[in-house]
Design a protein around this ligand. Sequence first.
Ligand SMILES: Nc1ncnc2c1ncn2[C@@H]1O[C@H](COP(=O)(O)OP(=O)(O)OP(=O)(O)O)[C@@H](O)[C@H]1O
Ligand SMILES: [Mg+2]
Length: 262
Amino acid sequence: MPRDDPKDLHPDGMIVIRDLFKSFGENRVLQGLNLDVKRGEDMVVIGRSGSGKSVLIKCIIGLIKPDRGSIYINGEDIVPFKEKNLNEMRKKFGMLFQFGALFDSMPVWENVGFGLKQHTELKNDEIRDIVKEKLKMVGLDGVDDLMPSELSGGMKKRVSLARAIAMEPEILLYDEPTTGLDPIMADVINELIIRLREKLKVTSIAITHDMVSAYKIANRIAMLYQGKIIEVGTPDEIRNSNNDVVQQFIQGRSEGPITRGK
Ligand SMILES: Nc1ncnc2c1ncn2[C@@H]1O[C@H](COP(=O)(O)OP(=O)(O)OP(=O)(O)O)[C@@H](O)[C@H]1O
Ligand SMILES: [Mg+2]
């Protein structure tokens, strides 16, 4: 078996990341990161603010070019891809950005239907019908013609989620889906993420530092620390991890190896 063929090594690996490096000047953010995400699972990546979670997810969707390493999506390494192939590849992805990233000048329906308008030949009234259905999936009704400025933070997250699923992606990437929401709205989003996985059978990566959310939505949790994934396991395995760094993080302790700089 050829050692470097990810299909042989990981037959059910939807996203397989090998030896990924990314620096910004002197700032070494990703330093040989490895991660395997199986088809249909929800992998949650946890880690401190500034540890590189958003950089990782932007590498996966091709918005940031890694310095070296491989990211296999369905067995194909996307790191060498040029913009044209990246655009094609991105159609497989739905992405919920950390800060929502809705277009302020467009009503909700155009925001949700943006990808459909760009990538399909559908007419506006067909797009509106699909948008209505996606908004219903995230529990929103009658907001189609509102502007983003007229929505609460939780509604914006749900509109962003509707946009992420509008093109029926195979892979969903969530950057901090529950940050800034009250605990009840956060739980609504958690339930939605679980429902989407079950209903749409998507593979997903969610990054968060909200451990309540991580335990709830994850099939497995991976901890990013000093540019690498230092531990991967089921929520129970992570809870019972004997890695001091993992324990300090999940317990939210100010004293421990992370803050001693080890
Ligand atoms: N485009 C960029 N140019 C230069 N440096 C960047 C860029 N994007 C991220 N960084 C740096 O990379 C590091 C990791 O940032 P990143 O946004 O991935 O953190 P994060 O883990 O998502 O944090 P948070 O939990 O606060 O969102 C930071 O030091 C940040 O300053
Ligand atoms: Mg981030």
